[in-house]
Design a protein around this ligand. Structure first.
Ligand SMILES: Cc1ncc(C[n+]2csc(CCOP(=O)(O)OP(=O)(O)O)c2C)c(N)n1
Ligand SMILES: [Mg+2]
Length: 564
């Protein structure tokens, strides 16, 4: 940051009236234009500052959990998001979503208003506390869901905001900013801040590149393995340039689906353990050198229950802030800088050419009942350039990924944290973050029941999402695991899903409940044509599951019996 910017910052602090205004304006400078949240008296000063701000708009959600998911979705597209909740009751409801953002490296600034310093100082018994005059407990809980936190007062405001923003940016994880309600209304004390740019340490970068270049040269086969963090940091173009300069094949797991278009000639396919695309499995497991770009998450979901044979000693892992080669760690190296350096390599004469990946054929008769075998190819042919598809945990998050998707489709899913209900609210945040693209939500009805009330917020804020709700009469992904598929805990209240948009205040949405392929095809056409939101309830068989799910279930049962 230049001296000019630094001076501007101090000047801004001086002319900004309150701590609350400063926090909002400073976050606006991070590119944030919306604040998701639910108001409450302790956080009123922040809400009021948002209302006053010409840069940040308030986006009210039905509850704090939804707001946290929406903020996560927004941050994935914009690079950062703002979430505002009240003390205790509000922030604790948001924790699952903020913790998920931490797990999946999505930068949410969680701003919370707490009881006034005046009341804290004399130990008043206050609402939203345990009635014991203790005020710090919830701060510790919320802080655990962030990578850094600050308790703001007028004196530390400028310095602490810089510190948490820097740290949150370095890790691309949430920051928790809590401010007592009286301090929020107090004028901020100007301070000189020494800005620290996020960049690599030059000798460390040089050392890392020497090691990487050496390993590339000596390897008989190289594969690039871009991580989900590429999406979070918006480094897709740089990654593609690096992969093209390397000329090697690249593979992705379902966490990075479509990070580079699946039609790219170097795309060897999706890696998912033993259920991988065979070409992808060979490219990854057979490679002498795996260039992990961003820190791929090899968990039970991405590896089909650890079913592959991955040799981590062949990995070079380029993390956000370091490079790991076996036991050696080179710290102070940024992922984006490594990508830029890799892109300078001279591409080989004959880069890798993968077998072309084809979208599966759409089949079946119009009068046929909808089956998973026919549904997923239909989703694949429905999705097109400019769509951002948001996948929910459940049978859908495993059914869609094996489908090859069109160029220009973006996929978002919460694969590691896997908290159901995420996709509905995250789709809302994603639609708010980018109105140029069409957001398409694909969810199971059980997950949808957790957060469906913010379909109302989609209508209210003109977020024209296309929603597909798979109604298979319960929690299929769980039902399939059980010895007895009739255990009642996988049953649900039989909602009339297609009636929800109207009941929740969405005006002129296209809605349909479809049970045959012909009805589905017609509804898809109408949804695509709709200028408002669209909502399609798909009625499907109770035990009809996509093949990958059937495999994963068999594998889990083999590993754990009936208690995963
Ligand atoms: C917050 C949370 N609670 C519980 C679970 C466990 N869980 C994982 S998937 C699932 C059911 C999903 O059902 P549905 O959305 O109907 O999808 P289906 O598999 O039926 O297509 C449940 C309860 C979870 N992942 N997250
Ligand atoms: Mg279901």
């Amino acid at each position: 940051m230049t001296k000019d910017v630094q001076r501007t910052k101090t000047a801004e602090a001086e002319k900004t009236s309150t701590v609350a205004d400063y926090i909002v304006e400073r976050l606006a400078r991070e590119g944030i234009e919306h604040c998701f949240g639910v108001p409450g008296d302790y956080v009123f000063p922040i809400c009021d500052a948002v209302e006053r701000s010409p840069k940040v708009k308030w986006v009210g959600c039905a509850n704090e959990l939804n707001a946290s998911y929406a903020a996560d979705g927004y941050a994935r597209i914009r690079g950062a998001a703002m979430l505002a909740t009240t003390y205790g009751v509000g922030e604790l409801s948001a924790i699952n979503g903020v913790m998920g953002a931490k797990a999946e490296r999505s930068l949410v600034f969680h701003v919370v208003g707490m009881p006034s310093y005046q009341h804290q100082r004399v130990g008043k018994i206050a609402h939203h506390t345990l009635g014991d005059g203790v005020f710090g407990d919830f701060v510790l809980i919320s802080a655990a869901a962030a990578c850094c936190h600050a308790v703001i007062d007028p004196d530390n405001c400028v310095v602490e905001m810089e510190r948490v923003i820097l740290e949150a940016r370095r890790n691309n994880q949430p920051a928790y900013i809590v401010v007592p309600s009286d301090y929020a209304l107090t004028p901020v004390v100007p301070a000189e801040v020494e800005p620290i740019a996020i960049k690599s340490n030059a000798p460390a970068l040089e050392k890392a590149m020497t090691v990487i270049a050496g390993r590339i040269k000596s390897a008989k086969s190289v594969v690039a393995f871009p991580a989900y963090t590429i999406l979070r940091l918006g480094l897709q173009k740089q990654t593609q340039a690096a992969v093209e300069a390397l000329g090697c094949p690249f593979v992705t797991t379902l966490m990075e689906k479509c990070v580079i278009d699946e039609g790219h000639p170097q795309f060897a396919g999706m890696y998912a353990g033993a259920t991988s695309d065979p070409e992808a499995r060979q490219a990854l497991e057979g490679a002498d050198l795996v260039l992990d770009l961003g820190g791929v998450n090899l968990n039970d979901v991405t590896t089909a229950s650890y079913s592959g044979r991955i040799d981590l000693s062949r990995f070079i892992t380029v993390g956000l802030n370091d490079v790991r080669i076996g036991e050696d760690v080179i710290a102070g190296v940024r992922l984006e800088d490594v990508l830029t350096e890799l892109a300078k390599l001279k591409p080989p004469q004959a880069p890798y050419r993968a077998k072309p990946h084809r979208a599966p054929p759409v089949a079946g008769n119009p009068s046929d009942r909808i089956t998973m075998a026919e549904l997923y190819p239909r989703y694949a042919s429905f999705l097109r350039a400019g769509d951002t598809v948001v996948l929910e945990t459940g049978s859908t998050s495993l059914g869609l990924p094996p489908m090859v998707l069109a160029a220009g489709v973006r996929v978002e899913a919460q694969v590691l944290w896997g908290s159901i209900g995420w996709a509905t609210a995250a789709a809302f945040g994603i639609a708010i973050a980018d109105r140029e693209r069409r957001t398409v939500l694909i969810t199971g009805e059980g997950s949808h029941q957790l957060t469906a009330n913010d379909i109302g917020a989609m209508g209210r804020f003109g977020a024209n999402v296309i929603v597909f709700v798979l109604n298979n009469d319960g929690y299929l992904i769980e039902r399939g695991l059980e010895e007895n598929p009739d255990w009642t805990y996988n049953d649900l209240a039989p909602w009339k899903y297609a009636e929800l948009p109207k009941a929740l205040g969405c005006v002129d949405w296209f809605t349909a409940r479809v049970a045959t392929l012909g009805e589905l095809d017609e509804a898809m056409k109408a949804a695509r044509a709709s200028k408002t939101g669209a909502y399609i309830e798909i009625v499907a068989g109770k035990m009809d599951m996509p093949p990958v799910l059937a495999y994963a279930h068999g594998r889990l049962k083999a590993m754990y019996g009936d208690t995963p």
